[in-house]
Design a binder for this molecule. Structure first.
Ligand code: ZN
Length: 452
C-alpha cells in the first residue's frame, strides 16, 4: 500500500489562465499532466496510471476480442513513401517536417498508413493464407496545430491507438470493420461515456467508407447531425456548405430510409456537440496499390491488399472522460468545479484511507485503527495497489478531503470523530461502519453501479 507522503503529487491551487476547458484545468491542477510548451505535455505519474489503465482496456479489446497484434512503428518517418502516396505535398503545415544531416526529409508521424504498408510490402507477396494481418500500436503522434488548445483535447503531441488491417477480400474487411466498431463501443461503454457513432468524411486519409466515434459534450468542437428518435447520426461535414452555416436546416425531418435510421422517417434532425475520439476507415487499395502491398490468391493470382485503419485517441479520451463522465446517467450537472469523477476503469487509485487530526491522543488512536485494523484487513480483501494511505496525520481534514476530490478517488475511508466512515465520492454517499470488515460489502454494492 502506497503512503501519501512517499508519492510525488504536484498539485496547483489554480489552473493556468489559458486553460479554458474543465478537463484542462482539473488535469493540470490535479498533477496529472504538466504543460512543457504549447500543446506539449509531460505525463506525470498520476496521469500515467490513468493512461496505463486505459491502455489495458484497449489492449484487451484489440488482442483478445479482435485478435490484433501489438507492434511499435517508428515515430521518425522518411518522406519517401509519403511522396509516393502524394501526402508529403498534400499535407499542410500541420505535418512536423525535419531533415537529417544529409538533407533527407523526414516527418514526425501523425499517422502510419504509409509506414505499415511499406512494412508489410517489404516481406514480398503474401499468401492469402497469411491474411488478414491486423497490427496496432499505442504511441505518441504529432500534429503542428495552428492553435493548440484545450489541453489534452488538441495537443501537438498526443497518445493514440492506431490499428491497420490487410485483407484478401471485401467480405473479410467488412466483417472485421464491424467487429472493430463493436470493440470501440465496448471500450466506451466500459468507461461509461455517452457516445455516438457517426458517418464521416474520409478527409486526407482517403478511402471509401468511414465512421467517427464522438463523446457527447457541450464543450465538443464538432457539430453532429443526429436523429432525435432513431440512430442516424453524421458529422455536419458531410452536409452541403450552405447547410453547415444554417442551424435552422437541422429541424428537418429525418428523411432516412429504413436502412439508414431506425426512426422510419418519423424523427427530426438535431445538432449535438461531440468530441471526436475514434475514427474508422475502409481504405480499400489506395495505399497497397501505390506501395505494392500484394497478396496471392489460391489460383496464384496477384491482388493489392484491401486495407482498413482504425484510430482511437487515448489522451483525448482521458480529457473527454473528465469533461463529460457522469456517475449516473440522470445527473445533469457533471460535478463540483474542483472535483474529478473518473470512470472506475481508469481512476488512478480507487481508495484513500485518511484520518481527522485532533489532539495527540486522538491522533494516535485513529492511527492505530488505520494501521492495526483497517490496513491489515483491506490487504487481504481488496487490490492493495489501488489504495493510498494518507499518512499525513496532522494535516487538516479539509485539505485532505479537497485533495481526494480533485484527484478523483472513488472511495475515501475516514477515521474521525464519528468512528469509521466510508465515502463514495461519485455519488456523495457516506456509510458509517463499526469495523473494517464491513468495508468490502459496501464497496461491492457499488461495483455494478459505477457504470451508466
Ligand atoms: Zn431518423
Amino acid at each position: 500500500m502506497l503512503r501519501r507522503s512517499s508519492i510525488w503529487m504536484p498539485m496547483l491551487k489554480e489552473a493556468p489562465s489559458q486553460a479554458k476547458l474543465r478537463s484542462h484545468q482539473l488535469l493540470v491542477r490535479g498533477g496529472y499532466f504538466s504543460q512543457m510548451a504549447s500543446g506539449i505535455f509531460s505525463i506525470l505519474p498520476l496521469g500515467n496510471r490513468v493512461l496505463e489503465k486505459l491502455e489495458k482496456v484497449v489492449d484487451s479489446e484489440m488482442q483478445v476480442v479482435l485478435g490484433a497484434q501489438k507492434t511499435r512503428l517508428p515515430i521518425l518517418l522518411s518522406a519517401d513513401s509519403w511522396r509516393k502516396t502524394g501526402r508529403w505535398d498534400q499535407t499542410g503545415d500541420e505535418l512536423f517536417r525535419l531533415k537529417d544531416r544529409r538533407d533527407n526529409d523526414f516527418c514526425l508521424g501523425p499517422t502510419h498508413e504509409e509506414t505499415v504498408t511499406d512494412l508489410v510490402a517489404s516481406f514480398g507477396h503474401l499468401s492469402h493464407k497469411q491474411l488478414p494481418i491486423k497490427l496496432y500500436q499505442i504511441t505518441q503522434k504529432y500534429r503542428d496545430e495552428i492553435r493548440p488548445r484545450f489541453g489534452l483535447m488538441r495537443g501537438r503531441e498526443f497518445t493514440m491507438k492506431d490499428m491497420y488491417s490487410f485483407h484478401a477480400d471485401e467480405e473479410d474487411i467488412m466483417r472485421f470493420y464491424d467487429n472493430v466498431c463493436t470493440s470501440y463501443e465496448n471500450i466506451l461503454k466500459k468507461l461509461g461515456l455517452d457516445f455516438v457513432k457517426v458517418r464521416a468524411d474520409t478527409g486526407n486519409i482517403g478511402g471509401n467508407f468511414s465512421h467517427e466515434y464522438h463523446i457527447l459534450a457541450d464543450t465538443g468542437e464538432d457539430d453532429l447531425v443526429c436523429c432525435d428518435s432513431g440512430d442516424y447520426a453524421a458529422n455536419v461535414e458531410l452536409f452541403e456548405p450552405e447547410a453547415k452555416t444554417s442551424t435552422d436546416v437541422f429541424n428537418l425531418d429525418c428523411n432516412c430510409t429504413e436502412s439508414t435510421c431506425s426512426c422510419m422517417g418519423k424523427g427530426k434532425l438535431r445538432i449535438k456537440k461531440g468530441i471526436e475520439v475514434g475514427h474508422c476507415f475502409i481504405l480499400g487499395t489506395k495505399y497497397s496499390d501505390t506501395l505494392k502491398a500484394i497478396g496471392v490468391n489460391a489460383d496464384q493470382k496477384r491482388f493489392p491488399l484491401i486495407m482498413g485503419c482504425y484510430g482511437l485517441g487515448l489522451s483525448r479520451l482521458i480529457a473527454a472522460s473528465v469533461e463529460s463522465y457522469r456517475y449516473h446517467a440522470s445527473t445533469t450537472k457533471v460535478t463540483a468545479d474542483d472535483a474529478i469523477v473518473w470512470p472506475r476503469a481508469i481512476a488512478p487509485y480507487e481508495m484513500i484511507i485518511m484520518t481527522a487530526p485532533g489532539k495527540e491522543s486522538e491522533r494516535q488512536k485513529r492511527k492505530d485503527i488505520v494501521e492495526k485494523d483497517i490496513v491489515p484487513y483491506l490487504s487481504e480483501t481488496v487490490d492493495i495497489n489501488e489504495v493510498v494511505l494518507d499518512d499525513r496525520w496532522k494535516e487538516s481534514l479539509g485539505v485532505k478531503m479537497a485533495e481526494a476530490k480533485l484527484i478523483g478517488y472513488i472511495w475515501v475511508v475516514l477515521v474521525g470523530k464519528k468512528g469509521i466512515e466510508v465515502h463514495h465520492l461519485p455519488s456523495s454517499n457516506i456509510f458509517s461502519v463499526q469495523h473494517a470488515s464491513e468495508i468490502p460489502s459496501i464497496i461491492s454494492q457499488f461495483d455494478d453501479r459505477i457504470q451508466k
